[in-house]
Design a binder for this molecule. Structure first.
Ligand SMILES: Nc1ncnc2c1ncn2[C@@H]1O[C@H](COP(=O)(O)OP(=O)(O)OP(=O)(O)O)[C@@H](O)[C@H]1O
Length: 261
């Protein structure tokens, strides 16, 4: 099991308090969606789960132990901007992570080992609907195809936790709904824990099982960095809807207006 427990977590950059007093329990296999005003610290939060940023204070526990302070194969991430390698073709992009794991110096395997990695990569590309484009380069792919590739790239390491930072934000609505189906299929098949940032509250409600709203509870107009955001709503969704979308939407809009003042 990969339960996550967060206790009184703070993140500060110098005198900019980004996150304060974050407390959270996430059971393995949840699909957690994160919403909040721009700049309130959602990406920073994902980076702490990934291990590329460290909390200033507090505890971030995975199965009762501190999350390792560096990225590991158990946690994969997909960003909004395409994070694939432009000089590698589709199948090579997916194989790369595994080749580096097997051969850290060369980053390339040979013979049967390479063949086995290739077969796994092709199977994943089939799952994300890119098996017809194995030898294409990223510049030849649409935005949706590049995000499918980035998802396959993250999945080849068989992570227990998948972190998605607005993965569909740049895509057209039709493509987005295809991507929703894809990510839900992957989540159901693998029982992986997903954390996904979105600016679209209805996406957060419809995809997630647990919706988190990040917001500042205290605000000082003269010192905007004095207080950080915390989790103001932690709602089970998909099962029950205790709060309405419009209620939360109103709070988010108010927060955005305050930040823009
Ligand atoms: N490496 C860093 N050094 C200093 N400040 C940083 C660093 N990374 C992020 N910040 C600051 O932390 C705050 C939160 O940024 P973050 O990117 O986490 O917000 P966000 O909620 O993901 O925003 P958006 O929705 O616009 O992507 C911002 O004020 C940002 O300037």
């Amino acid at each position: 099991m990969n339960d996550i427990k967060i206790k009184n977590l703070w993140k500060e950059y110098g005198d900019n308090i980004v996150l304060e007093n974050i407390n959270l329990d996430v059971k393995a296999g949840e699909f957690v969606t994160l919403v909040g005003a721009s700049g309130c610290g959602k990406t920073t939060f994902l980076k702490m789960l990934l291990g590329t940023e460290q909390p200033t204070r507090g505890e971030l526990l995975l199965n009762g132990k501190p999350i390792p302070s560096e990225p590991g194969a158990d946690r994969g991430i997909v960003f909004q901007k395409y994070s694939v390698f432009s000089h590698l073709n589709v199948v090579e992009n997916v194989m790369l992570g595994e080749e580096f794991k097997e051969s850290p110096i060369l980053g390339r395997c040979f013979g049967k080992k390479r063949q086995a990695i290739r077969e796994r990569a092709v199977a994943l590309l089939e799952k994300v609907g890119l098996d017809h484009a194995l030898t294409k380069y990223p510049s030849e792919l649409s935005g949706g195809m590049q995000q499918r590739l980035a998802i396959a790239q993250a999945l080849i390491k068989q992570p227990q936790i998948l972190l998605l930072d607005e993965p569909f934000g740049a895509l057209d609505p039709g493509i987005r709904s295809d991507m929703h189906e894809l990510i839900l299929d992957i989540w159901r098949e693998t029982n992986i824990t997903i954390f996904m940032i979105t600016h679209d509250l209805s996406e957060g409600f419809s995809l997630g099982t647990q919706l988190l709203v990040f917001d500042k509870q205290r605000h000082d107009p003269d010192q905007p960095n004095r207080y950080g955001a915390s989790i103001t709503y932690d709602i089970p969704v998909g099962r029950s809807r205790k709060q309405s979308i419009s209620d939360i939407q109103e709070k988010l809009t108010t927060q955005q207006v305050k930040q823009n003042d």
